[in-house]
Design a protein around this ligand. Structure first.
Ligand code: SF4
Length: 320
């Protein structure tokens, strides 16, 4: 079992946990299955928990003019029941590190549920988040949230994994409640943060430098807010190159000229999109180990999530 802290992730229950879809179905999702040994899942089916049975006539989103959750076959409006469930669920949830929700669902979707003009037959007039998915985005705007469809994309998936394991590691460090732990945590995440955003890394560094001047709880709270915001978007290639170049600076002196040239060629290939970032990253890691560069070898940048989660699945968009 991995030494990584277990992220707490809310997941749509139909993604492998129960046959709770409107037609009595269940979806066996390979990404959710791979995560199971590494993550503490909190499965939820907002429709069943709002009182809809299994199987059930489907519900749909209607703009009237507010969004409503209606069941055309029965004429029932489930909006109030769903909203009551959401309020209850959030009040009992506790700390979480992210969400994996079912796409296109009028309840769970984060962005792509069909929206209709009325309960009557007719084409969709738009799309948007479902009632539960929308409430998640409003309540937890700085937590990673993805649907199972987008997680088939390798770059989005690996960024999501990076973010949830980083947030779980931060929660663990915050539990210790000591400034020294915050310093150790920040040191270990330096290159990973640099690959996300040099500006955020600098701001976080400033917070760590000031941390000893006030209460530790306040330092963790301020650092946590900024740290969560650092993962909202996948890293851009120039930022990753910047981090790779910085890491290279720690080992380059000990390398032979042809090894240096080889690495710079790899960076050029990564810049051109011909190799994934994992190739130069793994080589740097092997050099960090060879030269006993402990500070570098221990960077979360080299192993941001359990390696068992490097899945071959890719919808084809490639690395960003
Ligand atoms: S999509 Fe959401 S509401 Fe629909 S069955 Fe799955 S968990 Fe339940």
């Amino acid at each position: 079992m991995s030494a990584f802290p277990r992220p707490r992730i809310v997941v749509s229950r139909c993604l492998g946990f129960a046959a709770c879809r409107y037609d009595g179905g269940i979806i066996h999702d390979p990404v959710v299955s791979a995560l199971r040994p590494h993550v503490e899942f909190i499965p939820v089916c907002p429709e069943v928990e709002s009182g809809l049975g299994v199987p059930r006539p489907p519900v749909r989103l209607v703009r009237d003019p507010e969004l409503r959750l209606v069941q055309p076959d029965t004429g029932r409006d489930w909006t109030a029941a769903m909203q009551a469930f959401i309020a209850q669920f959030f009040s009992e949830l506790g700390e979480v590190d992210g969400f994996i929700l079912k796409n296109r669902s009028p309840s769970c979707a984060l962005r792509d549920a069909k929206v209709y003009a009325s309960a009557a037959k007719g084409p969709a007039v738009g799309q948007g988040p479902g009632l539960f998915g929308g409430a998640v985005r409003a309540r937890f705007p700085d937590l990673p949230a993805e649907d199972e469809g987008r997680l088939t994309n390798k770059a989005l998936r690996e960024h999501f994994f990076t973010a949830i394991f980083a947030l779980a590691a931060f929660r663990e460090a915050a539990r210790a409640g000591e400034v020294g732990e915050l310093v150790r945590f920040h040191t270990r995440y330096k290159f990973l943060l640099m690959a996300q955003s040099q500006a955020k890394l600098k701001e976080l560094g400033r917070l760590v430098a000031q941390a000893a001047r006030g209460p530790a709880a306040e330092a963790f709270a301020r650092y946590g807010a900024l740290f969560r915001a650092a993962w909202l978007r996948p890293p851009r290639r120039p930022s990753v190159i910047n981090a790779l170049e910085h890491a290279f600076g720690y080992v380059s002196e000990g390398l032979r000229p042809e090894e240096r040239r080889y690495f710079l060629d790899l960076l050029r290939d990564y810049r051109a999109g011909r190799v994934p970032s994992s190739v130069p990253r793994e080589i740097l890691r092997s050099w960090a180990l060879r030269f006993g560069a402990e500070y570098l070898a221990e960077q979360a940048f080299f192993q941001p999530f359990p390696p068992e989660l490097l899945l071959p699945l890719d919808s084809g968009k490639g690395e960003g």
